[in-house]
Design a protein around this ligand. Structure first.
Ligand code: F6P
Length: 333
């Protein structure tokens, strides 16, 4: 039986994602309702190292459920990679008697939580907060739905102008290592091709399919590319600019344009789905700490809560099945 937890810390770490505020709100209010004290840790692990930690109450999280970003701010902490940094961070927790942590972020943030729990015995729970949706053990990550809806709205607008000019548009969406935003937004906007880091699609294949569509007088051509897609394995160049350069070398007679959506995908008010899953996960993350289910990432699988040990959540990746590519191909024909 693990020791009773009395004081918890909550932080957001890595890239921000819409819905993180809703998760913070749920963590704070659940913890207080259950009789725990809660501390907000600013700027991810940096605030833990620099002792930028403050006590929160129910009112600290009023009026934030609808706001993008994170009131706790976030960072990708370099200092936390070192043992010395983690020791300093632990001492700051210890000083206040913080004996449990909720970490909202992606796999890098969970790696930090896992190390802290292993080295200092601090129980942690992870909440998946990333627009990339690449985490194993959950159907949802906080922020993905908002990001993908932002991308869809933008691509719909691009389609209008692409159609008016009969142009080939290459649209880059976020995802350094993950193609989920590209896959979902590409399918939802009827893209002719979707290029993702996880899937090897050669540009010759893509050019062949565009030429084939052209023969059939399909004049609007939209290609959605994840920023991490690498068209040429012998070169490190990635993303839409590289794709368009290589396509223009191969395809004459197509007028091409590139749009890079960028960080617009990380902001804005969270969708209902993101607020909803954030609230549910935030509640369960605190329950896990109270009930002794430690060092897990809370997820939702098939509409049930699912708990994945942090070391597995860090190691495994959600995979994009081959089926999806068939769907893309058939629906764009
Ligand atoms: O948070 C995930 C993510 O948005 C990736 O999709 C993207 O590659 C990366 O973060 C960008 O990070 P930064 O804002 O640090 O440039």
């Amino acid at each position: 039986m693990s020791a009773k937890i009395n004081k918890i810390g909550v932080l957001t770490s890595g890239g921000d994602s819409p819905g993180m505020n809703a998760a913070i709100r749920a963590v704070v209010r659940t913890a207080i309702y259950r009789g725990l004290e809660v501390f907000g840790i600013m700027r991810g692990y940096n605030g833990m190292i620099e002792d930028d930690i403050y006590q929160m109450n129910s009112r600290s999280v009023a009026n934030i459920i609808q706001r993008g970003g994170t009131i706790l701010k976030t960072a990708r902490s370099k200092d936390f990679y070192s043992e010395e940094g983690r020791k300093r961070a632990y001492e700051n927790l210890q000083k206040r008697g913080i004996d449990g942590l909720v970490v909202i972020g992606g796999d890098g943030s969970f790696t930090g939580a896992y190390k802290l729990s292993r080295e200092f015995g601090i129980p942690c729970t992870g909440i998946p907060g990333t627009i990339d949706k690449d985490l194993y053990g959950t159907d949802f990550t906080i922020g993905f739905d908002t990001a993908v809806n932002t991308a869809v709205e933008a691509i719909d607008k691009i389609r209008d102008t692409a159609d008016s000019h009969d142009r080939l548009f290459i649209v880059e969406v976020m995802g350094r290592h993950a193609g989920y935003i590209a896959l979902h937004s590409g399918i939802a906007t009827g893209a002719e091709n979707i290029l993702m880091p996880e899937v090897t699609t050669t540009l010759d294949e893509m050019v062949a399919s565009l030429t084939e569509l052209e023969k059939r007088k399909k004049l609007v051509n939209l290609v959605v590319v994840a920023e991490g897609y690498q068209p040429n394995p012998d070169s490190d160049l990635k993303g839409a600019n590289e794709v368009v350069r290589l396509v223009e070398e191969r395809l004459k007679g197509f007028e091409t344009r590139v749009t890079i959506l960028g960080h617009i995908q990380r902001g804005g008010p969270p969708t209902c789905i993101d607020r909803f899953i954030a609230s549910r996960m935030g509640y369960h993350a605190v329950q896990c700490l109270i009930e002794g289910r430690h060092n897990v990432m809370v997820g939702i699988l098939h509409d049930d809560m699912h708990y994945t040990p942090l070391e597995i959540a860090i190691r495994e990746k959600q995979k994009i099945g081959d089926d999806w590519l068939n769907i893309v191909k058939i629906l764009a024909s």
